[in-house]
Design a binder for this molecule. Structure first.
Ligand code: SF4
Ligand code: SF4
Length: 387
């Protein structure tokens, strides 16, 4: 099996194909401290791409709560359990990746969810004290109420938005026996060729993040396409530009050794290392990077984001003292355009458009405060002090 280098686990690893890493990988950063689970991203994606027949239960973008929310049911705890012990030596992962742990004859360790695992994506997620569903038969409450969870329910939680990670070493691609999945050389976006796919669901089984979905109407598998028609026009994807919480930024990422400190993606991911991949130990080198939620117990964050998480939390907590770091994070949700650079000018951050090199956005560090007089003389009325 060919060997490829995975910078997120600090070592070479087995992968069924030679690597197809592009010079500039399309990538995302999500700040988990800001997500409010409004699901605007979910609906923006749904109405743009998956409103058709056979796509009813598909969510290319979903937002689940952690530790108890899952879509599909138990996706991460199941694969973590199958993988077994996961150990790190400093920044080097010494356990097995999903490719290295694959059973004989398989490209990757995985499992196929049941259809019902995709039903009720939010049930029980935010219920600290239980739900009506305990004792329910076929979803109908029997009146006993009580706790939905039979285990301890922690007093902390956070929201985790998820899309396809457009991995550098995609498990969906590795496991597809039809060779219907490809990674674009120009930007690293991973796509399923609908004309080749025969719906074997190898990708659904192989992707540990469970991002490909089977469409029973077309009998093919489908997944997030990173809004590539927008991206090709220099525009960020729908889930990014529509995000109410302004938690998202998307753009092109370089390799760590070629990072440009004035590029917001390179700066936050490689230079400041404040945004981290989800379950790097799986070995896929995913390209959605998360700023970890700073209030969550470190052991939980370490399993989820790897050993860099402690430094990332510290960096984030101190961001208010670093104007450049603050500036980069203020670009989230500030423009529809994909940026190639940013700079700080006095009390503003300026973002440069990737396509035309012009100024795409200018964001003030401090919003101006306007105090309106209590009485509006023009209309002869008093104002309520509510906005
Ligand atoms: S739109 Fe933004 S804030 Fe709302 S759920 Fe999605 S990621 Fe979170
Ligand atoms: S997240 Fe899953 S579907 Fe997306 S590229 Fe990675 S392996 Fe493939």
């Amino acid at each position: 099996m060919p060997k490829v280098f995975n910078w997120q686990i600090g070592r070479e690893m087995d992968y069924p194909y030679d690597g197809a890493r592009p010079d500039h990988q399309f990538a995302y950063i999500f700040d988990l401290n800001k997500c409010i689970a409004c699901q605007t991203c979910t609906i923006a994606c749904k109405t743009t791409w998956t409103a058709g027949k056979g796509q009813e239960t598909m969510l290319w973008n979903n937002v689940e709560s952690k530790p108890y929310g899952y879509f599909p049911l138990g996706w991460d705890v199941r694969i973590l359990d199958m993988l077994g012990a996961q150990s790190w030596d400093g920044l080097k992962y010494t356990g097995k990746t999903l490719f290295e742990a694959a059973e004989a004859g398989e490209a990757v360790l995985g499992y196929l969810p049941d259809d019902l695992d995709y039903a009720n994506p939010n049930v029980g997620e935010d219920d600290c004290f239980g739900s009506e569903l305990k004792g329910a038969v076929n979803g109908v409450a029997d009146g006993s109420g009580g706790a939905y969870f039979d285990t301890v329910h922690h007093s902390w939680m956070f929201y985790l938005p998820r899309i396809c990670n457009h991995c550098t070493y995609p498990a969906c691609l590795a496991s597809c026996s039809r060779k219907s999945i490809y990674k674009r050389k120009m930007d690293g976006i991973v796509l399923i060729d609908q004309s080749r796919c025969r719906g074997y669901r190898d990708c659904v089984k192989g992707c540990p993040y469970k991002r490909p979905f089977y469409n029973p109407h077309t009998r093919t598998s489908e997944k997030c396409i990173a809004c590539y028609p927008f991206v090709e026009q220099g525009q960020q994807p729908q889930c990014v530009t529509m995000c109410i919480g302004k938690i998202r930024l998307a753009g092109y990422l370089s390799l760590p050794e070629k990072a440009n400190k004035n590029h917001p993606m390179d700066y936050l991911i490689h230079d400041q290392q404040v945004a981290l991949p989800l379950y790097p130990q799986f070995g896929l080198e995913p390209n959605v990077y998360y700023i970890p939620p700073v209030h969550v117990p470190p052991q939980f964050l370490t399993q989820m984001f790897g050993p860099r998480v402690h430094k990332a939390v510290e960096t984030y907590r101190n961001a208010h003292k670093d104007p450049k770091l603050l500036a980069a994070m203020m670009l989230f949700g500030s423009t529809e355009r994909i940026l190639k650079e940013f700079r700080v000018e006095k009390n503003e951050v300026v973002g440069i458009d990737m396509m035309n090199g012009g100024e795409a956005v200018r964001v003030p560090f401090t919003e101006p405060t306007v105090v309106r007089p209590f009485r509006d003389e023009k209309v002869g009325a008093f104002r309520h002090n509510i906005s």
